[in-house]
Design a protein around this ligand. Structure first.
Ligand code: FMN
Length: 541
């Protein structure tokens, strides 16, 4: 067993080792072996499949209700509503096609569209479904039953959760990303996981359901509860449990201890069925990923409720946009930006505002962790705002440290009263923004792009198991920006490929107190007219 210091050193080593530089990219396959591309869909052979209903409601829910707590009518836990929940959390959103190739897209975006994240449910008895542990198949929009719960386990869970509710579990299959991205894949898997978490929280909220992260469980617990340890896995395609969340009706703050040893023992002994499909015929072993993953494994801890800073109420903007479900399903990554479209200052501020980690605003009420991510913004085309570099300080506790660590010549002029956005420098940063995002033009041809800066001093330096959680927080912010762009009539794209240290150098960072985790860009998209769009579940009809 490694001590915390060794684990910390290893995690920092991984982070440094997987940085991209203009003259040296992180180690990855030189070319793509299309024959071994991993199947993005997991199936359990032999597991009973239960088809889920789709959303049929005609009553549309206003877009802004996605972010508001206690506003949507509370729906019952039943098969119909589970179907809607999963359809708008992890389901397919469309198929795209060009002559010779067809691929699916999902509600939750994924780096390279490779989809390393899998979803599971631990359900109590519902009017039309037996209690058990289920895998969600987005391809079939079905549940695959992996195990039934024993009556004693059902009782204990009901008692433990003080009433009705169910557990959602998320896991990652690193091979799906390392097939293309090699050593950097661990980062992408956890960014994707953050996006999926936000999707889950938002979809649940539209049904009036609350979601609380059960961050007290150890990684081992998560694996055992989801049945990942109780099955034969192909070592190169190892699937690892990441997080469990409780979906519940309670409007009040919820905090739970870890399951008792007794409850875990009952999960361990369940009779799991279904054999996971093999995803690729051949594999490449990226050992560094297994090592960093094992050094980031969390032990059982006390549940840590999140204390959120105080912020002014959320801006009620945009008011007249489309319905929540249409925006969620219509979300797409921009493949190219037009280099022309601008947004207004109000739109810009409203997009940033939604990323503030208010404890009563979705998706930041998950109780995941204290906010540690700040946004360094490259403003190109925002009417009423000078071009230049800005910073959005999402946690005021970090303000002083940021001021000390970033370029001492920055002006730190606050843009608006009571809003933590500061202008650092006026400049045309279009070329710089594109250059530091691995030369991707989408970062300079947009209205604005950004780097998500994590406080490493307060997280990884103290507890290396925070490392994946920093990516989760970044992915959650990314998901909000994706939907906000859509709601404001523009588009956005997550950017996992960026030159790490050149970003840090550009903003004057001289040590690793803060590190860039994820880039993002928002602007007017240029659509690829060759692409044909098909309905998400046309293949089931
Ligand atoms: C974590 C993450 C990193 C990404 N990195 C890039 C990137 O560097 N460049 C890019 O063009 N697209 C990037 N994307 C966009 C994905 O390619 C896109 O999400 C995927 O193809 C699915 O398409 P969709 O978002 O339209 O559903 C990224 C997406 C995510 C979630």
């Amino acid at each position: 067993m490694l001590g915390i210091e060794q684990k910390k050193n290893y995690v920092i080593h991984y982070h440094n080792q997987t940085k991209h530089y203009p003259n040296r990219f992180a180690s990855a396959p030189g070319f793509l072996e299309w024959d071994t591309q991993p199947n993005p869909f997991r199936f359990y052979r032999g597991a009973e499949k239960i088809g889920l209903p789709f959303r049929k409601d005609v009553k549309e829910i206003p877009y802004l209700n996605i972010y508001k707590n206690k506003i949507n009518p509370t729906k019952d836990f039943n098969l119909q509503n589970l179907g809607i929940f999963l359809e708008y959390a992890l389901g397919l959103s469309a198929w795209k096609s060009i002559p010779g190739a067809t691929w699916s897209l999902r509600i939750n975006p994924s780096s390279g569209n490779l989809h390393p994240t899998e979803g599971y449910l631990v359900l109590p008895d519902l009017p039309d479904l037996k209690s058990g542990i289920y895998h969600y198949s987005p391809y079939l929009h079905s549940l695959e039953r992996r195990a039934l719960l024993t009556s004693s386990l059902k009782e204990k869970l009901f008692e433990f959760f003080q009433g009705e509710g169910f557990v959602v579990g998320l896991s990652s299959i690193y091979w799906r990303e390392s097939w293309k991205y090699g050593e950097r894949a661990y980062r992408y898997c956890h960014l994707d996981l953050g996006h999926a978490l936000a999707c889950i929280r938002m979809s649940a909220n539209l049904l009036g359901w609350n979601v609380t992260c059960l961050n007290q469980f150890s990684h081992e617990d998560v694996d055992e509860i989801l049945g990942l340890r109780q099955m034969q896995q192909i070592p190169a395609e190892i699937e690892e449990g990441d997080i469990l969340c409780l979906v519940h009706h309670s409007k009040d703050f919820h905090s739970f201890d870890s399951f008792s040893y007794e409850i875990l023992e009952e999960f361990r002994k369940l009779d799991f069925s279904g054999v996971p499909n093999q995803l690729s015929g051949e594999h490449v072993d990226w050992e560094i990923i297994n090592i960093v993953a094992s050094n980031c494994k969390k032990d059982r801890t006390a549940s840590t409720p999140q204390v959120s800073p105080d912020y002014p109420p959320m801006k009620d903007y945009p008011k007249n946009s489309s319905s929540a479900h249409i925006i969620i399903k219509g979300r797409r990554s921009a493949l190219a930006m037009d280099g022309e479209t601008s947004i207004t200052k109000d739109q810009f501020l409203s997009m940033l505002d939604k990323t503030l980690p208010r404890s009563d605003a979705i998706p930041f009420d998950l109780e995941l962790c204290e906010p540690k991510i700040h946004l360094v913004l490259f403003v190109h085309r925002v009417e009423g705002l000078d071009q230049g570099v800005y910073i959005f300080v999402r946690n005021p506790d970090d303000f002083k440290l940021l001021r000390t660590k970033l370029n001492p010549e920055y002006s730190w002029g606050q843009v608006e009263e009571d809003f933590p956005l500061y202008q650092l420098a006026k400049a045309d940063v279009r070329s710089v923004a594109a250059a530091i995002s691995c030369g991707q033009a989408i970062a300079g041809d947009s209205a604005f792009s950004l780097a998500m800066l994590a406080n490493f001093e307060k997280s990884v330096h103290v507890d290396p198991t925070c490392y994946p959680v920093l990516y989760w927080e970044s992915g959650i912010i990314g998901q909000v920006l994706y939907l906000e762009a859509e709601a404001h009539g523009v588009r956005s794209t997550g950017i996992g490929c960026f030159f790490d240290d050149p970003v840090h150098e550009y903003i004057g960072l001289k040590d690793n107190s803060f590190q860039s985790m994820y880039h993002f860009t928002v602007g007017g998209a240029v659509d690829d007219v060759r692409l044909q769009t098909l309905r998400p579940y046309h293949h089931l009809k």
